[in-house]
Structures are given as structure tokens and as C-alpha cells.
Ligand binder design. Structure first.
Ligand code: NAD
Length: 455
């Protein structure tokens, strides 16, 4: 079937009204969950092939995450779908106002390779729950996950409802020629701009889940041991190929040596002595990215790691000190297991500097004083983040997850996924039992009353 015919078949199906019903949506979510359960082993195998992910990491960051999202959605969907009644001013006596959540229609989800199943399926949970049809375009770089996704979806859903279209950027470009009712994109900022430009041709609304350089600030009074442990975990999970991984560290100069020492210790306990020989340590997705990352090892002083295995495309968890803002590693999102370190004397100076940069997807602040925590949250703009932790905010389905400025627009997870894929339609139901004369021009009394009410 051509892409054009596929989109048309989804449009016809959507217009038939079948996806609107609550029971229908719940049944599809159940089918999705059973699909993931039935294919659990194949999923582990595909993620191992694409990125050398361990079973543990595959479950916690991909499969388990999706099970949680489905469970949360099943539990709350009925409430979320309810009309929301709204107050009205006195001029509207006799009326009822409410918001109806309606699906957009035919939606497109374009996803990246770093969490190839989670990032393709999590938006689909939102699209299903809101009553849409979906076409998914997974990343061509995570080929095993992409073909498994296509197979699982084909066996579970009719393509007129959910379909996977595999391929590289040319396929995305072809898809973007079609008119969709909503586009949900996860990927780089550069491609995000292309998606928005193409979507604008049809005035299609978009969510853009992008990346950027997410800082971790470690202040003088931070808990050294826990900060080190949580930073190391957040950075080197998936070998740093996580959109919200701490991209660089900004450490108070008084605690820098202590923290770096503790981070080395934590790394050893996480990956034992030899991460490259650790069968569960994630590899870099492809040779291009591997070579790009190696250029970052040329500046500064490597205080930990730095070894590589070209055959396996693995780079040891690496910490680089004595980095300046002018080094290549500080010019773009790293997206790999390399962690540059900057130091500071005064938090105000950090805030001033970060304010001049693009708004990041995440920001992490480690420090005990509430006043300083507040200062960071209030004075800096970023998608979301944690105080005294990394990554954990995105695992709470009650928090919207998304970027701001260069790191994206819109948000999802839990209820926010449902909202993202729903249009809020305002309805006013007027009475025919009486007709307030106030709005009609003419009467002197009406004018003085309306002036009082509306002024
Ligand atoms: P990417 O932008 O290169 O590709 C993402 C998707 O877009 C792929 O499916 C790809 O085939 C498609 N694509 C590529 N070029 C295109 C074009 N010219 N026109 C249309 N489609 C095109 O991103 P990536 O390398 O797969 O992923 C890494 C980036 O994604 C990083 O910047 C990372 O921070 C970001 N990311 C963000 C989130 C988030 O939730 N905000 C999550 C994961 C990754």
C-alpha cells in the first residue's frame, strides 16, 4: 500500500467513528499490553542487538515504563474523557459551558533510536487513549527494534488503525507530504525544525520532544556520596545516549576533587573494574556516532575512563576535567558516555552563564539549601528536572515531560499524553426557556446593566 493510500485508509477509519468509544480505547490498550507481554523475549533480543542493552535496563527503561503508562491510563481514562464543566459570567444565565475532549484524527509519531521501543510506543498510548489512529515511523538506526515493532503492530492491529512505516529520512519526508491531524516527533533539534516547517504547510499541530545540553550543578553543600551515585547512574545508563542525561557537570570548586573521587568509586561499583568487558554495558548506536564521540576525548584531562573498543563500538564511562566553554565537547549535545566537568565559585555566576544558553531539556541541582534550590528553579528555564537526583522526574506519570525553547514544545506521559492527543472543544449550551435581552442593542436599561457587568 502506498503511504498516501495508508493515510487515506486511516482517515476513512477514523471518520467511521469506531475509535471514539471508551470501551474500544480500553480494549486497544489491553491488546497493546498483551502484545508487549507476548513479545517480551523478542524485545530483549532486539534491544540487545541494537544497543547491547541488558535485560534489566531494557525492562526498567523501556518495557516496564510502557507497562506502567498503560496501567495508569487504563485506571484513569474514564475520568480524563469526562466533559469538564466550566463556570460562566452572569451575562450567560441559563447556559451550560463545558469542554469536550475530542481526538485530532490521523496522527503521526516519529521516533529516535536511543530508547527505540519506549519512545515509539509511549506516544501511541496517548494517541489510542485519546481516540486517534496512528502511523509510527521508527528510527532506521535501531533496525532490529524497528522491524520487531513493525511485526508486533502488524500482528496486533489493523493498519487502518495503527501502522508502522519503516525507513530512513526519505520515508519521513514522504510521510510529511501527507496531511496529518497531529504530529508527535522525538529527536534532534535540527530535525525538529524541519518537522515544524513541514507541519506548518498543513497547519498541523506538533509536539516536539528534542534534546540539548542538560547541566548538572553540584553546589558546595551537596551530599557527595549520593550526588556522585545518582549522577553516574543518570549519565551512564544507556551509555549516555539519553535525552535527559546530565550533559556536563558544573561543580563548586571547593568540592570538585572530593566529588570526582567519589564518582570514580561509584563507577567501579556500578560497572565493576572493566566496563568495556562488561557484557551488559550499552554500546554506541553506530560508527558515525562512535567517531563523533571520540573527537571529544582530545581536549581536557581524562580523569576516568577514556578507553574504547572499536569492534564492539563501546566507550568506557569517561570523565574529563579542565574543559572550557570553547572546547568542541561543549558546542553540542554529547549523547554518549563522556562527561565534561566545569567548576564554579558562585552560584550566581552559574545562573548568569546558563541564562545565555539554549533552554535545556533537563537541569539537575544538587545542594541542601532550599534558598539555592529555589533560586535555580526560579531563575533558569528548562523542560524539567530534579533537585538532588537525575532522570527520575520522567518516571512519574503525574509530571508532564517535555522541553521548552530549543529543547522542544508540548509534553506527555500519563494524563498529559491523553491531553496532547486531544483537542479541547468548548461548548456552550443555551436555554430556549428565556432570552436575556442584555446582549441586544437598543434599551437604555440594558446598556447601563451591561456596562456594570462587563466593566
Ligand atoms: P534524529 O532527529 O536524527 O531522528 C529522529 C527521527 O527523525 C528518526 O526517525 C529519523 O529517521 C527521522 N529523521 C531524520 N532526519 C529527518 C528529516 N530530514 N526529515 C524527517 N525526518 C527525519 O534524532 P536521533 O539521532 O534519532 O535521536 C537523538 C536526538 O533525539 C537527540 O538530540 C536527543 O536528545 C533527542 N531525544 C529527545 C528525547 C525527548 O524525549 N525529548 C528523547 C530521545 C531522544
Amino acid at each position: 500500500m502506498t503511504i498516501q493510500a495508508l493515510v487515506q485508509s486511516q482517515r476513512d477509519y477514523f471518520l467511521s467513528g469506531e475509535t471514539l468509544d471508551y470501551r474500544f480505547r480500553i480494549n486497544q490498550l489491553r491488546k497493546l499490553r498483551s502484545m508487549l507481554e507476548n513479545y517480551e523475549k523478542n524485545i530483549y533480543r532486539a534491544l540487545k542487538q541494537d544497543l547491547n542493552k541488558s535485560k534489566y535496563e531494557s525492562f526498567t527503561t523501556e518495557l516496564g515504563f510502557l507497562f506502567n503508562e498503560i496501567k495508569h491510563t487504563e485506571k484513569h481514562l474514564k475520568d480524563w474523557m469526562e466533559d469538564e464543566s466550566c463556570d460562566a459570567p452572569i451575562t450567560h444565565k441559563g447556559t451550560k459551558s463545558f469542554i469536550r475532549k475530542e481526538p485530532y484524527g490521523v496522527t503521526l509519531v516519529i521516533s529516535p533510536w536511543n530508547y527505540p521501543l519506549q519512545l515509539a510506543i509511549a506516544p501511541v498510548i496517548g494517541a489510542i487513549s485519546a481516540g486517534n489512529t496512528v502511523i509510527i515511523k521508527p528510527s532506521e538506526y535501531s533496525q532490529s527494534s524497528s522491524s520487531l515493532l513493525a511485526k508486533m503492530m502488524r500482528e496486533t492491529f489493523d493498519p487502518k488503525y495503527i501502522a508502522v512505516v519503516e525507513g530512513a529520512k526519505e520515508v519521513s519526508e514522504q510521510l510529511l507530504q501527507e496531511k496529518f491531524d497531529y504530529i508527535f516527533f522525538t529527536g534532534s533539534t535540527a530535525v525538529g525544525k524541519i518537522i515544524m516547517r513541514e507541519a506548518s504547510k498543513h497547519l498541523t499541530p506538533v509536539t516536539l520532544e528534542l534534546g540539548g545540553k542538560s547541566p548538572a550543578i553540584i553546589d558546595r553543600d551537596a551530599n557527595i556520596e549520593l550526588s556522585a551515585k545518582r549522577i553516574v547512574w543518570g549519565k551512564f545508563t544507556n551509555a549516555g545516549q539519553t535525552c535527559v542525561a546530565p550533559d556536563f557537570l558544573y561543580i563548586h570548586s571547593k568540592i570538585k576533587d572530593k566529588l570526582l573521587k567519589e564518582m570514580k568509586k561509584q563507577l567501579k561499583s556500578l560497572y565493576k573494574k572493566n566496563p568495556l568487558g562488561n557484557d551488559d554495558y550499552v554500546r554506541i548506536i553506530n560508527e558515525n556516532h562512535f567517531n563523533r564521540l571520540l573527537t571529544y576525548l582530545e581536549n581536557g584531562t581524562i580523569v576516568q575512563g577514556g578507553n574504547i573498543d572499536r569492534n564492539q563500538l563501546k566507550i568506557e564511562p569517561t570523565i574529563i576535567d579542565h574543559i572550557t566553554w570553547n572546547d568542541p565537547v561543549m558546542q553540542e549535545e554529547i549523547f554518549g558516555p563522556i562527561l565534561p566537568v566545569l567548576s564554579f565559585e558562585d552560584l550566581e555566576e552559574v545562573i548568569r552563564t546558563l541564562k545565555t544558553m539554549d533552554k535545556p531539556l533537563a537541569l539537575y541541582y544538587f545542594g541542601e539549601k532550599e534558598k539555592n534550590q529555589e533560586k535555580v528553579i526560579t531563575k533558569l528555564s528548562f523542560g524539567g528536572g530534579c533537585i538532588n537526583d537525575t532522570l527520575y522526574h520522567l518516571a512519574n506519570p503525574n509530571l508532564p515531560f517535555g522541553g521548552v525553547g530549543a529543547s522542544g514544545m508540548g509534553a506527555y506521559h500519563g494524563k498529559y499524553s491523553f491531553e496532547t492527543f486531544s483537542h479541547r472543544k468548548s461548548i456552550l449550551k443555551q436555554t430556549t426557556k428565556f432570552d436575556l435581552p442584555l446582549r441586544y442593542p437598543g434599551g437604555k436599561l440594558a446598556f447601563s446593566i451591561i456596562k456594570k457587568v462587563m466593566k
